[in-house]
Ligand binder design. Structure first.
Ligand SMILES: Nc1nc2c(ncn2[C@@H]2O[C@H](COP(=O)(O)OP(=O)(O)OP(=O)(O)O)[C@@H](O)[C@H]2O)c(=O)[nH]1
Ligand SMILES: [Mg+2]
Length: 303
């Protein structure tokens, strides 16, 4: 079984050898350049993070581009994360003087909260404009974040209609798109990953939540890493969901995947466990919160 480092090295090699498999695709490079250009034209940046991995979903290259702008961190997909840990993350961001909110973009119930937060963040600018008689000036908002975090979905719920294309896979938005809602101009952007992962945990977390295309990953390696993580931070989840015994849980992680395959009747001719199918199922069940509301990172680890 390959480890994560090997998987990513393989992905990088594929990037060189194949036209169709792209690790850090050209459109992400273009997006970083576009962001650097457009940052001058916006008033505030909404940084969408995934509530399950608020640390790993902060892209340092994006942070560098937006560092001098007012910004609000939005922990999206809060419905999939452990709510008590999300509350801890919000406190963590606030203790660092950063505006932060946790939301579920699929509901559209957050608009008032977000407008208030933007108004608070831009208080001085809005007062300045009012004093100069430029009341009613539009507020320009740039959306940034990793692929698949929900930027386009957020815009659609903010607008109350389907204005930006949003799908359940990374790499959907390919160019910039301005969308006007009341006195706001929202700039939708493609998601951006890292050029190079220094930290394999970050890479694994991004893969678990579906921000990296599964096609460039070894899904069994991914599932084995996920089993490893879940065993450490939510030890009851796998035994409960897949009816694994205490002895099963003492097996090594790959053998646990075999047990999961067997328990779900995923067998190849000859009775061998179909670990690939089990791996796809495990990742899907994690992503769709069938395993429960799971937070893979806690702020205490990053104090
Ligand atoms: N459960 C849940 N799903 C969400 C939420 N926000 C977005 N999604 C889902 O996440 C998936 C990705 O959403 P998009 O809006 O396309 O993500 P994006 O950030 O625009 O992605 P790219 O354009 O590829 O960078 C879609 O299936 C959405 O329905 C949320 O708050 N909760
Ligand atoms: Mg999008």
């Amino acid at each position: 079984m390959k480890n994560f480092e090997q998987t990513f090295e393989q992905a990088a090699a594929n990037n060189v050898n194949s036209k169709s498999i792209h690790w850090f695709p050209g459109h992400m490079m273009k997006t970083l350049r576009l962001m650097a250009r457009e940052i001058k034209n916006v008033d505030v940046v909404l940084v969408l993070l995934d509530a399950r991995i608020p640390y790993s979903s902060q892209n340092p290259e994006i942070e560098e581009i937006i560092k001098n702008k007012p910004k609000i961190y939005i922990l999206n997909k809060r419905d999939l994360a452990d709510s008590s840990i999300t509350d801890q993350w919000i406190k963590y961001f606030k203790s660092k003087g950063m505006g932060a909110l946790a939301i579920n973009s699929k509901t559209g119930k957050n608009n008032k909260l977000i407008k208030n937060q933007i108004n608070r963040e831009l208080k001085e600018l809005l007062e300045y404009r009012q004093n100069r008689g430029i009341d009613g000036a539009r507020i320009r908002v740039m959306m940034v974040g990793i692929p698949n975090v929900g930027k386009s979905t957020f815009i659609n719920s903010f607008a109350g209609t389907q204005r930006a294309k949003a799908r359940d896979r990374p790499g959907v938005t390919r160019g910039k798109q301005w969308i006007t809602v009341d006195n706001f101009d929202l700039l939708d952007m493609p998601g951006v990953l890292w050029r190079k992962f220094e930290n394999q945990n970050v890479a694994a977390n991004l893969a678990f939540i579906g921000s990296i295309k599964d096609e460039i990953l070894d899904i069994e390696t991914l599932a084995v890493s996920l089993i490893d993580q879940l065993k450490k931070i939510y030890p009851d989840i796998l035994p409960q969901r897949y009816k694994l015994s205490e002895d099963d849980m003492l097996l090594d992680n790959y053998d646990i995947l075999c047990r999961i395959a067997r328990k779900r009747g995923m067998l190849l001719p000859g009775g061998v466990e179909n670990t690939e199918r089990a791996a796809v199922m495990l990742c899907d069940e994690f992503r769709s919160s069938k395993l429960g509301k799971i937070s893979l990172e806690r702020p205490a680890e990053y104090e």
